[in-house]
Write a protein of this length. Structure first.
Lengths: 581, 382
């Protein structure tokens, strides 16, 4: 019995020691978890506990060439309530109802809703937000936020584009340069319980946002304003369908102005402008898709997104091709009886009576169709299409705006004499105004194919980060003689030819007119346009006006040339001051 | 005989062998438990019952009842239990059978409590105490015959029936394991052999390894317990269902660090770790008080076990010492399994941490068991 007892004591002791060993091992296990795995589990736990609230980064501004702000940010407030923190619900409801102009029912519902955070209203003016803050109501949160603001409403609307609810670029430069403008959002990391209720006692972490870079553009505010004003004026007086005016630097591709009437208000991009609604019968209730289609139509930039038949301005390219290939010389003599027969068709000249006997220079000045058809025939389909290719017309220009359209041209194998004839004077195919201007720039600047663009540099406010944009240029084979000849003939158009309406005393202006019938033909609808250059002998600036479907007079020389003259009269002295000569 | 006994009693009382260390440790653990129950439950209680002290108040009542139980069992001479050993076992069995009657209370799909009018009691807790008393007495009755195969079988029949019933009727595997574990520990002490226990340990480990290998290699999503094994092996892949609780406990433990976030500062208790005042309370202790706090608690349990061991070895008779061994085994098994589960050392199974986890019946019976141990210590020789 005693031995048994000793045994039992021993085994009790063994049991006790075994238990202690296991407990010590568990201390080891706990230590392992709390020391070596601490980082891992702490990170996982924080991820679980923390809710991120983004702090929007201030979006970069968009500025013109001289630093005038075209797109800015305005501080707005978002008002929200946290049910559990509200101490005076009645005061909160009545104050919010009055200040924010909301229905009491709407506010009450949100104030009384048990949720982590209930948004009452966003995009509230800062003044109202500040006033609410002074009320010092428990449970009412006023968060500041940025909203895009365009100080000039509809100026350059189709170039700048606008941003969406998250301040992301949706159209135009805003979307093209979105990655520069956006910046990096910051975060407020709030700790919440499992239901998402914020834990005020634990505090919050902030990661500060990095503001986006400001985008400096080549847009010149005074020129843009003036171009817009002119476009508006023509749009109204000629009751045109649309009017585009583009001003571009021939040497480097910088675009100084791009107006495209009718424009829309960038601060309210989703409200229809009158033109769209009156055109599309206001009374009809629109389906979501119809509405979106109409908005897209309103936002379209005709200079880039849409192609058109250039008409006679294209004779610049036909002339350059003819001269380059040797198909024509400046002194070649032609005879225009007012029409020309191509295969079985009779193609009329603009002057029904005919221009009679004329050399090539006068054919250009008179924009004589028979002359250019003859030149086109002499060039031939193969060489003509080879030059269309060489002059980059098949390519997009690469302009820094999204959605550029490509030229719509006949397939070479389908081009017969009639097609070749029409292409020679700029009809039966379509391209974008910007494509056309870029190719003409290359011909008259000595063969440099520039990339038309708006973006010049991106820079932060502190000027510590500067990104200068560079754009590819390519050389096309244009002889000096051809360049000189085209410059000379364009100047002649303005001095003595169809572009007389663009003549300005004391300035050497070059130009070319165009009047093309819209498709389908025979509806009496035209596109009148004029392309002007300055100085004519070594152009630096090119401006083009395109008037779609004007009422009354429709000749480019009569209605589009004066627009460019008015534009030049106003901007050339200013540009001279800026070093354009 | 009577005089020597009387003398001895006087002698021992004179030597004041009453174990104050044990009592102090227990009261510290209880007090600490109440603090942690308030800390872990107040956030959720405030939301659910609009009363942050909801669980604390209930647990304080349980604790008072438990202290009453402790006082009573401390006064009742433990030898008395030997006379009612069979009654204790029958009471335990009846308490399980009562679960099948309308008195049984079902919570979360398992029927584990019986309604005794003023209080509800968890049958398993009655069984644990009943088995400790019965097996202690049984060991003294079996004497040397316990070393025979028949005696061994006889020894295991009562706890196996009780454990089987707990498992089958109340679907409570944990308590069944604890009951069997207590019996095995008591047997371990009662017989001088080691080999059979080493053999049992090896068999259990091999079986466990086989289950683990089987579970990790097969799709066991259909089998509830096997799926738990799989979740145990890779908790982060089962984070949304099977291993949810375990992983949340690990988050709590891991984010505690050396010194913890401070009392009351746990994040995991704020709805992430469900019912954190129950089985998983140790993880919140880790989170709030750090490795330091966790070690203090484990060391206190070591002291508790050590005290029990000393009392068992100084008991005047085998029955007294076996009673204490049973109680000690009970504490040890629960503490070890609880901390092992919380730290994902073993697969998840619901076991509370003695004196600290929330729970009325457990508190009452644990304190009563302490009372018995103290009673044994009062009558012990030094």
């Amino acid at each position: 019995m005693e031995r048994n007892k000793i045994n039992q004591k021993k085994k009790t002791f063994v049991l006790g020691v075994l238990v202690m060993i296991v407990l010590v091992l568990l201390i080891g296990r706990v230590s392992y978890l709390m020391i070596y795995r601490a980082e891992h589990y702490t990170a996982l736990a924080e991820e679980l506990h923390e809710r991120e609230r983004d702090i929007k980064a201030k979006r970069g501004r968009i500025l013109d060439a001289s630093g005038q702000v075209l797109a800015d940010n305005r501080t707005v407030c978002t008002i929200s309530v946290i049910n559990s923190q509200i101490t005076e619900p009645q005061r909160v409801i009545s104050t919010l109802t009055q200040t924010l102009g909301l229905s009491e029912e709407y506010v009450t519902k949100r104030v009384e809703k048990w949720s982590a955070r209930e948004k009452i209203k966003s995009n509230v003016d800062k003044e109202i937000g500040d006033a609410l803050r002074k009320e010092e109501m428990e449970g009412v949160k006023i968060d500041e936020d940025f909203k895009r603001y365009y100080p000039y409403d509809e100026l350059a609307s189709k170039v700048l584009g606008f941003t969406g609810s998250d301040n992301q670029g949706i159209l135009g430069l805003e979307v093209y340069y979105d990655s520069y403008l956006t910046g990096e959002k910051g975060q407020i990391l709030t700790v919440t319980d499992a239901k998402g209720v914020e834990q005020e006692d634990v505090g919050e972490r902030r990661e500060e946002p990095v503001a986006g870079l400001d985008l400096y553009t080549s847009i010149d505010l005074p020129i843009q304003k003036y171009a817009t004003q002119l476009a508006k004026q023509v749009y109204a007086t000629k009751q045109a369908k649309k009017v585009s005016i583009i001003v571009m630097n021939v040497k480097n591709g910088e675009i100084l102005a791009m107006a495209d009437e009718p424009e829309y208000n960038l601060n309210e991009p989703y409200s229809f402008i009158d033109e769209v609604l009156t055109l599309e019968q206001e009374s009809v209730t629109l389906s979501e898709k119809e509405r979106q289609d109409l908005l897209n139509k309103m936002w379209r930039n005709n200079c880039i997104h849409d192609t058109y038949e250039p008409g006679s301005v294209f004779k610049i390219i036909t002339a350059a091709t003819g001269l380059e290939t040797g198909a024509v010389a400046l002194t070649d003599q032609f005879y225009c009886p007012g029409y020309i027969i191509v295969e079985d068709r009779r193609i009329r000249c603009a002057k029904i009576a005919g221009h009679g006997s004329e050399d090539f220079i006068h054919g250009f000045m008179n924009s004589c169709n028979p002359v250019f058809i003859t030149v086109g025939m002499r060039i031939g389909v193969d060489r003509f299409f080879e030059y269309i290719q060489k002059f980059g017309l098949y390519q997009k220009t690469g302009i820094d705006l999204p959605g550029e359209a490509k030229m719509i041209m006949h397939k070479k194998e389908n081009v017969g004499e009639v097609e070749l004839a029409t292409v020679s004077f700029g009809q039966s195919f379509q391209l974008t105004p910007i494509r056309f201007m870029t190719t003409v720039s290359a011909i008259i600047n000595g063969g440099t194919m520039v990339t038309p663009h708006f973006g010049v540099r991106a820079m932060n406010k502190e000027k510590t980060r500067i990104i200068d944009f560079s754009y590819p240029t390519t050389q096309i084979a244009v002889s000096k003689e051809t360049t000189e000849a085209i410059r000379m003939m364009m100047e002649q158009v303005v001095e003595n030819g169809g572009g007389k309406n663009c003549y300005i005393e004391g300035y050497r202006i070059g130009g070319k007119t165009a009047t093309s019938q819209t498709l389908p033909r025979g509806t009496g609808k035209y596109i009148a346009s004029f392309l002007g250059t300055y100085p004519a002998n070594d152009p630096q600036i090119m401006a083009m006006a395109i008037i779609h479907e004007p009422k009354g007079q429709y000749y480019g020389g009569q209605i589009a040339a004066p627009v460019i003259r008015q534009l030049f009269e106003n901007i050339l002295p200013y540009l001279r001051d800026k070093g354009y000569n | 005989m009577a005089t020597t006994q009387k003398k001895r009693r006087i002698k021992t009382e004179g030597r004041n062998s009453f174990d104050f260390v044990l009592l102090a440790v227990v009261f510290f653990l209880i007090g600490f438990g109440l603090l942690m129950i308030y800390s872990t439950s107040s956030y959720e209680a405030a939301i659910d019952f609009n009363d942050s002290a909801y669980y604390l108040r209930k647990q304080m009542i349980s604790t008072l009842v438990g202290i009453l139980g402790l006082v009573v069992t401390m006064i009742i001479p433990y030898r008395y239990y030997k006379k009612v050993d069979f009654l204790a076992y029958i009471a335990a069995i009846i308490s399980i059978l009562l679960l099948l009657t309308p008195l049984g209370i079902t919570r979360n799909g398992a029927t584990r409590w019986i309604n005794l009018g003023i209080i509800t009691v968890q049958s398993a807790e009655i069984v644990k105490l009943g088995i400790i008393i019965f097996q202690a007495s049984y060991i003294t009755r079996l004497g040397k015959s316990i070393r025979t195969t028949r005696g061994l079988l006889a020894f295991f029949i009562p706890p196996t029936i009780a454990a089987g019933m707990i498992y089958l009727i109340s679907k409570n595997l944990s308590s069944a394991i604890i009951v069997m574990g207590i019996a095995v520990c008591m047997l371990f002490v009662a017989v001088p052999d080691y080999k059979p226990f080493v053999a049992i340990a090896v068999v259990v480990m091999v079986a466990a390894a086989a289950v683990v290998i089987y579970a990790s290699g097969n799709d066991v999503s259909g089998a509830f317990r096997l799926a738990r094994v799989k979740a145990w092996l890779d908790p982060e892949s089962y984070s949304t269902d099977k291993a949810f609780q375990t992983l949340q406990a690990l988050y709590a433990i891991g984010s505690g660090g050396l010194w913890g976030k401070g009392l009351g500062q746990s994040m995991q208790k704020r709805g992430f770790l469900p019912e954190s005042q129950n089985d998983m309370i140790f993880s919140i202790i880790c989170e709030e008080l750090g490795l330091f706090g966790a070690m203090v608690i484990i060391i206190l349990f070591i002291v508790l076990i050590w005290s029990c061991m000393m009392i068992a070895n100084s008991a005047v008779d085998q029955f007294g010492s076996m009673l204490v061994v049973g109680v000690m085994s009970h504490f040890a098994i629960q503490v070890i399994l609880n901390i092992a589960v919380v730290t994902n050392t073993i697969p998840n199974t619901g076991i509370t941490l003695p004196f600290i986890s929330y729970g009325g019946s457990a508190t009452l019976f644990l304190l009563s068991e302490i009372g018995i141990v103290l009673n044994v210590s009062r009558l012990s020789k030094v």
